[in-house]
Design a protein around this ligand. Sequence first.
Ligand code: SF4
Length: 128
Amino acid sequence: MRIKALICNCKGLSPSFKNSDMNTLLFDIESDLDVDYAIAHPQLCGMGGSRILEDALRSAEDDPDTFVIVGACEPEAQLRLFQKLFCKTGFGQDRFLPVDIRGATNGEILERLGDKLRECVQPRERPR
Ligand code: SF4
């Protein structure tokens, strides 16, 4: 199983993202969660951010063991914003894990990402 973590800073302007420190968050994610890598972008739904996400999805479109977890706005909004990328790449939405990180501190973001991974990934890895 491989996990790619992409974190959005919502243009670096939204007050909803002011409680986190993006400089230390990526290190925290890579240290505390079992991810391949973590990256941040100031606007994942913008031109450059979409291309990075597309690259991440495309590189894993045929690998059922790779999950992409995205910390950004609310999950429903992410699914709407990134819908075109799912169609373009063929990446299965069941392996896309959107997490709302608005208003959260680094510790809270780690907790939310960890909860999502436990909920969505580990049950598949550890059949009872
Ligand atoms: S993906 Fe969501 S959180 Fe990121 S810039 Fe777009 S609206 Fe803001």
